[in-house]
Design a binder for this molecule. Structure first.
Ligand SMILES: Cc1cc2nc3c(=O)[nH]c(=O)nc-3n(C[C@H](O)[C@H](O)[C@H](O)COP(=O)(O)OP(=O)(O)OC[C@H]3O[C@@H](n4cnc5c(N)ncnc54)[C@H](O)[C@@H]3O)c2cc1C
Length: 374
């Protein structure tokens, strides 16, 4: 049987960042993923400069042959209404393609790879874990995204049918050459259009010669119809002028605010979407995924594996410091509060101050939170 110290299940941003931070730690790290990379992931694919700093990414190296679209401004508004342009005059965010970004991070992480191999079985043997009856690991880190198999197999999540997940649909495609010059969406200025209750938004983002269009929101059962409506709105406004390929891709994930508490057995940690860490207002999950991977790796470097029963608790505490506490969503929202929320949103979304200082700076760019210094 093959052995390792740390098995990371999932080679997305959370898993690869954790492995990367563990390189030169003396621990034998294996990354297992059911996919063979490069693989795609349903995602709008924008990242903030903090990620580049935290992962010490060499921008020039990354951009050679890959899409790295600087965003210097945004158009933001409510669906059905005119938007507000915010211009920063410098790159405040970047558009990437997940098939390229995830592959790049994984390829440089320095761990041993087992790709194209799904996690099928996981059971304890003494203080270790036996994986797929073929691999023995002292610690298993679940980084398998929202449907992480490690979480499903051995963790206990106090999940209820009411726990709201974000449901999202998107499509990403290369703009046909003949349509590129006429495409009204500027690469440096993504467009975000919020639902009237601010519980979700649609986007149209140009990344080099690719266009990514999507809609994600909480508590919506009929997302496909809403997405179709959003596409009609974009066409009516003249923002979408070309045919888009089908099918659209869908995905779900928890936001940090309402992620149900999860308890893992000794020797198991969860990071990234598996731990439900995406930012509550914007739904962005790449930065929390990366930071949770770095935090987990940092903890292992400090404590070693011998204290593994306490590691999960300690990691939870560090997540709370960094990402805040998860909380139970109220079972009902008073009608009056909803009405006020709609009214306030309609008014606030027309003001430059709210769009720049709150919506963009705080909710999307997380400009108030410095990069993680691990
Ligand atoms: C439509 C949409 C748009 C989004 N846009 C953005 C955005 O613009 N910016 C942003 O920051 N966030 C965005 N997000 C959120 C972001 O995509 C996630 O938060 C992020 O991918 C989480 O990373 P992760 O590493 O935890 O999981 P993932 O990226 O999901 O990686 C999990 C990995 O685990 C592997 N895996 C799964 N099951 C198994 C198994 N059984 N065995 C082995 N391996 C397995 C998968 O193959 C995958 O490689 C968006 C999400 C959606 C749905």
């Amino acid at each position: 049987m093959h052995t390792c110290d740390v098995l990371i299940v999932g080679g997305g941003p959370a898993g690869s960042s954790c492995a990367w931070r563990l390189r030169e730690s003396g621990l034998r790290v294996v990354v297992l993923d059911k996919a063979v990379f490069p693989r795609d992931k349903v995602c709008a694919g924008w990242i903030t400069p903090a990620i580049i700093e935290e992962l010490k990414l060499d921008i020039a190296d990354y951009a050679a042959g890959r899409v790295l679209q600087p965003f210097t401004g945004f158009l933001t508004g409510l669906i059905g209404r005119p938007g507000v342009v915010t211009d920063y005059g410098r790159p405040v965010s970047y558009g990437i393609r997940r098939c390229e970004f995830d592959h790049y991070l994984l390829a440089r992480c320095g761990a041993e790879m087992r790709l194209g191999e799904p996690l099928k079985t996981l059971h304890p043997e003494g203080e270790a874990w036996i994986v797929n009856d073929a691999l023995k690991a002292r610690l298993v880190i679940g980084a398998g995204g929202h449907f992480c198999p490690v979480a499903r197999m051995v963790a206990q999540r106090s999940e209820t049918a009411d726990d709201p997940v974000v449901l999202a649909q998107e499509v990403e495609f290369e703009i046909p050459e003949r349509d590129r010059a006429a495409c009204p969406v500027a690469g440096e200025r993504p467009e975000l259009y919020f639902c009237p209750d601010l519980a979700g938004y649609g986007w149209i983002v140009r990344k080099g010669q690719h266009l990514n269009i999507g809609l994600g929101r909480e508590g919506e059962r009929n997302l496909s119809a809403q997405f179709e409506q959003f596409l009609i709105f974009l066409r009516d406004r003249g923002r979408l002028t070309i045919d888009i390929p089908k099918p659209f891709h869908g995905h779900a994930y928890y936001l940090r605010r309402y992620a149900p508490p999860v308890v893992t057995p000794p020797g198991v940690l969860l990071i990234g979407d598996a731990a439900g860490l995406a930012y509550p207002q914007s739904g962005e999950g790449i930065r929390p995924a990366i930071e949770s991977g770095l935090l987990a790796a940092q903890l292992l470097r400090e404590r070693g594996l011998d204290s593994s029963p306490d590691l999960a608790t300690e990691l939870q505490q560090r997540f709370e410091v960094r990402f805040g506490r998860g909380a139970k969503r109220p079972k009902w929202t008073p009608t009056l509060a909803n009405v006020l929320r709609h009214r306030a949103a309609g008014w606030l979304m027309q003001t430059r101050w709210f769009n720049r200082r709150v919506l963009l700076d705080r909710w999307f760019l997380h400009a108030h939170q410095a990069a993680l210094g691990t």
